[in-house]
Design a protein around this ligand. Structure first.
Ligand code: M6R
Length: 609
């Protein structure tokens, strides 16, 4: 939530920050602001609106200077107003700051600072930090910031500059992500890697309670008490082009189309000679993994839906009992964790506050933690005992697409790995299952090239306010995901349900205005029952859209619209079935004149609890 970019070097800071901040817009887009220092003056331009709109309102040319901080906001404390937009300053506009996170004790601090004569201009929690630094400032911005930090409760990623020391940019972090980009004769701070990949691929991940002082030719890191720390930069192997739209109108569409590549990358080197090779990723010994008698998967949002698919895979093939928990609920009860429990955390960003808190709780209770993460070196990756990366590349669109299908692929790989260890499947069977998995990228490619039907179906939703998604078995979580995608980008109220549950309530909603998407791919378990459920909806004049297996004539006769997906294993069909639902959500949003990359009220990375 909220995006931060800071720069120090030889270039003009403002245009660079505008450009880089646009890549962070998925983190917040209700207001934006920029601050530079030039000729002993603090220059600030900020306003409400998306970055493009703010860029048109402000005078960028006026922002000279080679050091600066900038921010795009997702409001937590204080309305969306120009005054509340960041950067914020101290009384004399000498110290400027940008902040991501929540200062939980800001009311007390504000009261204390007002008594000391400080004048506040905004109703944000952030502004207290600028005044606190001012309170401690004695010709050393690093020291003053350090002293101010001692008083803060809550979460923060901070960028600080002072007109008195224009050769320094201070960064600090606690519980909100902040990275440092190491350039040549220039250095950066950012909330996320893709924003600055164009300038550098050498990244230092600032950890909790760490501070950094950036100069154009130097970066020094200390803990919050001022003790020096050595931190080697990590080289990021993401291609900077992946963070561009490359001719697509929106990141969401581009990322949907990147799925065959994301899956291929995620499989790369992990499925050789008919077996699964995760030895380089998983630090647990075979003995440790064999002792696992129960798995708890924690995640939020789309990653939680992936967890539900994973539950099905692991129980069906590896025969391990699995429970799936909302990460946000996990630590607010008394989860039972014994020595046989493995906790798996799933997160695209690796920074979701609730998921991070859940793994900390799991570790406090001595669980082993394995995470499935897309963002290399992120907090969840660092704090887990072992990490299985998805190689989806940077996901910029707020609606998660390629990260989701890549998570499903990793869950499938881990399932086969565990099945092999536990001998729940024969070598021949595993070989056969891998074969089918390796076909997925090409099958998905074919599916993506044929989206005319989805565009046609999207028109149905132009006038609709409600929608249902129904599926059974492994496709029930896909129904949930289809509903989530639609509601987050098109603002249509959508529900995902297990198809058989429809009769226990939601069927009352069905009439000629209700579009119902059925996940009706062929399987030995529920296919016939799903056809029955389709008939129940048809009998009540609902509009039936069925995602079916290629060549299925029976479902075609019943449904108003069918979208065929290539034949594969039942368990893998859920990965393919997710794609038309993503496209549907995308085209519905665009038809309704909405920007699917920036859905209202949402932020890509939910770093507050
Ligand atoms: O980065 P994470 O996977 O931890 O994020 C979890 C959710 O916030 C995320 O999946 C969210 O639900 C997406 N907007 C869904 O498209």
């Amino acid at each position: 939530m909220c995006g931060i970019i800071g720069y120090i070097g030889n270039r003009k800071a403002a245009p660079l920050m505008v450009e880089a901040l646009k890549r962070l817009e998925y983190r917040g887009y209700d207001s934006a602001g920029f601050c530079t220092i030039n000729n002993n003056r603090t220059l600030i331009e900020k306003d409400v609106g998306k970055i493009n709109e703010v860029e048109n309102k402000i005078n960028l040319n006026a922002l000279n200077g080679n050091v600066g901080i900038s921010h795009c906001r997702w409001a937590t404390h204080g309305n969306v107003t120009k005054e509340n937009a960041h950067p914020h300053t101290d009384c004399n506009e000498k110290i400027s700051i940008v902040h991501n996170g929540i200062i939980e004790n800001f009311s007390q601090l504000k009261e204390m600072l007002i008594k000391k004569g400080h004048k506040f201009r905004s109703s944000t929690d952030t502004e207290v930090v600028a005044h606190l630094i001012e309170e401690y400032y004695k010709n050393n911005i690093e020291e003053a910031t350090r002293k101010a930090l001692q008083h803060l409760e809550g979460s923060y990623a901070l960028g600080v500059i002072s007109v008195e020391e224009p050769d320094k940019l201070i960064a600090a972090r606690n519980e909100s992500p902040l990275i440092i980009g190491i350039g040549k004769g220039e250095n950066f701070i950012a909330s996320d890697v893709p924003a600055i990949l164009k300038y550098t691929d050498k990244i230092i991940y600032l950890e909790n309670n760490q501070m950094a002082v950036l100069e154009k030719n130097n970066v020094s890191i200390t803990d919050i008490n001022g003790n020096k720390m050595e931190k080697e930069p990590v080289k990021i192997d993401w291609n900077s082009e992946l963070a561009e739209k490359s001719g697509y109108e929106h990141f969401m569409l581009k990322e949907i189309h990147e799925q065959p590549r994301a899956i291929a990358e995620t499989l790369n080197g992990r499925t050789e000679n008919g077996s699964i090779n995760l030895k380089e990723d998983i630090v647990f010994s075979d003995e440790e993994l064999l002792k696992v008698s129960r798995i708890i998967i924690v995640a939020c949002g789309t990653s939680w839906h992936a967890a539900l698919v994973g539950e099905f895979m692991l129980e069906e093939l590896a025969k391990i009992p699995v429970e799936v928990e909302y990460a946000s609920e996990f630590r607010y009860r008394n989860p039972i964790i014994d020595e046989g429990t493995l906790v798996i955390a799933i997160s695209q960003s690796g920074e979701t506050a609730d998921t991070l808190a859940a793994i900390r709780e799991a570790k406090r209770r001595n669980a082993k933690v394995l995470s499935i993460v897309n963002a290399k070196g992120s907090s969840i990756a660092r704090e887990s005992d072992s990490v299985l990366y998805t190689y989806a590349g940077p996901e910029i669109g707020v609606a998660s697409t390629k990260a989701f299908t890549s998570q499903l692929v990793v869950l499938y790989l881990f399932t086969l790995y565990a099945s092999n260890l536990r001998k729940s499947l024969s070598n021949e069977k595993i070989k056969e299952l891998i074969e089918k998995l390796r076909k997925l990228p090409l099958q998905m490619e074919a599916l993506l090239h044929n989206d005319a039907k989805i565009r046609e179906i999207a028109n149905i939703y132009l006038s609709k306010q409600n929608a249902l998604f129904l599926g059974r078995g492994i496709n029930f979580p896909i129904a949930l995901e289809g509903a989530l995608k639609l509601k987050e980008v098109s603002y249509i109220h959508a529900e995902g349900y297990p198809a058989a549950e429809m009769k226990h309530g939601p069927i009352a909603l069905i009439d000629k205005n209700m579009p119902v998407v059925f996940l009706a791919t062929k399987d030995i378990y529920t296919y016939k029952k799903i056809l029955g459920n389709i008939q129940e909806v048809k009998a009540r004049n609902g509009i039936v859209i069925a995602i079916v297996t290629e060549g299925d004539e029976e479902a075609k006769k019943l449904a108003d619209y069918v979208v065929p997906i290539p034949k594969t294993l039942y368990i893998l069909s859920s990965i393919l079935a997710a794609v038309p639902l993503q496209l549907l959500a995308y085209y519905v949003a665009v038809n309704r004149g909405l920007d699917p990359d920036k859905p209202r009220n949402l932020s890509k990375s939910v770093t507050v609890e």
